[in-house]
Design a protein. Structure first.
Ligand code: UDX
Length: 444
């Protein structure tokens, strides 16, 4: 019994010893695992480990901080380099834009704040509008051009871009406009028959809704407004020459009606606003006008004949050529518009040159003014409702504005021919299209 209990005690001791050994072994494995995890969490570069191994603790921290700082400096330098590249890119863009701003503007008079006016010109980037803008600017006024660029061009006014007295607004006056102005010259409308006939609805909207918007603006801000009307309100006239008192002969449903009747309504609107709302209105009935800045594809007789003569193409007379017109040079017209705005005369005024020619004669005048021109003059189909005779009676303008045209047809045509010659030489002409091929896109 005693011997058996001694045997059990020995066995238990051996088992206990073995268990202890196993425990120590397990503890060693556990410790190694923990060490592995710590090193994988705080994975240090070899260089850093070496520092840890070789340097005292404080120095190790300092070196690590330095390395962190180096990394930050490096990324900051990179950001600065990126910013510098972006600035250089923007500077290049600014230089390109500045290159488009004229270095020198035409001379402009200085006006004190009492004399200086804020003048709105609708259609100010167009043929007549841009010449008017030039004069108003040189007089020292603040000029705001509003244009939808249907037929107007930025090129016509780009020599004023950036000038402190000049502002350009891309806007269609069929929509209301809210700005301040002392005077409004309302010229916006297509004026060339092929252009205004191309989109008759737009032509009527511009001359009716657009005119209401401009008269409404004049009423709100107390501005004086000049409406650009036309000799076309006389239609195919039964009275010759045409005085302002003649009521006209217009086909209200013909192809020209959108313009003729549109302008007649514009006049009616002007005098309705004058009577009912006390708006100060001026109405200019503008006869055929010509000069530099007419578009090569304008489609009116002056630009067509000159372009044809300069290129030795056939000069195309519509109909038998016996219809007559009287042509006024653009600078004379602009003088007339300025005089009318400044005057106290409020009824419609004819502005045009009373020297009358048949279209056939006119074709020969232009052909003879272009040296070496080999064009032939050909007659063709007549245009529907084409007025047969037109010449302004300018007695009202002479008496009330002390205005009459100064530039002779020969001088004016010579300047215009020089302009179109320059236009032809400065471009291959829209990649070899002729002006007949260029269509103006309609807007509604
Ligand atoms: O190539 C052409 C162009 C026109 N013509 C004729 O030349 C005459 C004048 O025609 P335009 O197109 O220049 O101008 P219109 O006189 O018909 O209309 C103009 O009138 C006055 C202004 O208010 C307007 O700008 C415009 O409508 C017309 O008899 C026309 O049929 C040609 O014989 N050949």
């Amino acid at each position: 019994m005693i011997r058996q209990s001694l045997k059990y005690r020995k066995t238990i001791t051996v088992i206990g010893f073995l268990c202890l050994l196993l425990l120590v072994y397990l503890l060693l494995i556990l410790k190694r695992d923990i060490n592995d995890k710590v090193t994988s969490h705080q994975r240090l570069s070899k260089k850093e480990e070496r520092i840890f191994e070789s340097e005292p603790k404080r120095e190790k921290h300092v070196k690590l901080a330095k390395m962190e700082l180096d990394k930050n400096i490096h990324s900051t330098i990179k950001e600065l380099q990126d910013a510098k590249a972006r600035i250089e890119h923007l500077e290049k863009k600014i230089a390109i834009l500045e290159g488009r701003i004229p270095e020198k503007y035409p001379d402009v008079k200085y006006l004190g704040y009492k004399e200086r006016k804020r003048i709105l010109v609708t259609g100010g980037a167009g043929f007549v509008g841009s010449h008017l803008v030039d004069v108003l600017m040189t007089q020292g006024h603040e000029v705001i051009v509003v244009d939808n660029f249907f037929t107007g061009r930025k090129r016509n006014v780009e020599h004023w871009f950036g000038h402190r007295n000049f502002e350009m607004i891309h806007h269609d006056i069929v929509n209301p406009l809210y700005i301040e102005a002392d005077e409004i010259y309302h010229l916006a409308s297509p004026a060339s028959p092929p252009h205004y006939m191309q989109n008759p609805v737009k032509t009527i909207k511009t001359n009716t809704v657009g005119t209401i918007n401009m008269l409404g603006l004049a009423r709100r801000v107390g501005a004086k407004i000049l409406i650009a009307s036309t000799s076309e309100v006389y239609g195919d006239p039964m009275v010759h020459p045409q005085p302002e008192s003649y009521w006209g002969h217009v086909n209200p449903i013909g192809p020209r009606a959108c313009y003729d009747e549109g302008k007649r309504v514009a006049e009616t609107l002007a005098y309705s606003y004058a009577k009912q709302e006390n708006v100060s209105v001026r109405v200019a009935r503008i006869f055929n006008t010509y000069g530099p800045r007419m578009h090569v594809s304008d489609g009116r007789v002056v630009s067509n004949f000159i372009m044809q003569a300069l290129q030795n193409l056939t000069i195309t007379v519509y109909g038998n050529g016996k219809q007559t017109r009287s042509f006024c040079y653009v600078s004379d017209l602009v003088d007339g518009l300025l005089s009318l705005m400044a005057s106290s005369y409020t009824l419609p005024v004819n502005l045009g040159n009373p020297v009358e020619h048949t279209i056939e004669e006119f074709a020969m005048i232009i052909k003879n003014l272009v040296p070496g021109c080999r064009s032939t003059v050909a007659t063709g189909a007549a245009v529907e409702d084409d007025p047969q005779r037109r010449r302004p009676d300018i007695a009202v303008a002479e008496a009330n504005l002390r205005w009459s045209p100064k530039v002779t047809l020969k001088d004016g045509l010579q300047r215009t021919i020089d302009y179109f010659r320059e236009e032809l030489s400065r471009t291959t002409f829209y990649n070899n299209q002729t002006y007949m091929d260029i269509n103006v896109k309609p807007h509604n």
